[in-house]
Unconditional design. Structure first.
Length: 107
């Protein structure tokens, strides 16, 4: 489970490359249920309508497993208003990109 006290990380260049695979929360490997996302009182997981996001969920999802806020151009929730899991999560693709970036910088 994601800890809400992890430091957030933002590197739009790295995170944009995968197209938001981590936003496909209703399918594998995450398999969050509708109830887990929508009954999340601490707003750790996102999903569902929450006025504090500043935007309404999209009327049609771009993929059956996609978060209701994932558009073809990325997340529509402003960064500062996104739930903690959206700002803290580090997927395997992200870790691989960071490792490759660091390896290429070594002398």
């Amino acid at each position: 489970m994601m800890s809400p006290d992890l430091p957030e990380y933002r590197d739009e260049q790295l995170c944009a490359e995968c197209g938001g695979k981590c936003c496909l929360v209703y399918g594998p490997p995450y398999n969050f249920t509708w109830h887990r996302l929508h009954d999340d009182r601490m707003r750790l997981y996102g999903g569902g309508y929450h006025p504090e996001y500043g935007v309404e969920p999209l009327k049609e999802k771009i993929h059956p497993h996609a978060c209701e806020y994932l558009s073809p151009t990325g997340c529509i929730i402003p960064w500062e208003k996104r739930p903690p899991i959206c700002k803290n999560f580090r997927c395997g693709v992200w870790r691989d990109m960071v490792y490759r970036k660091r390896s290429s910088m070594k002398p």
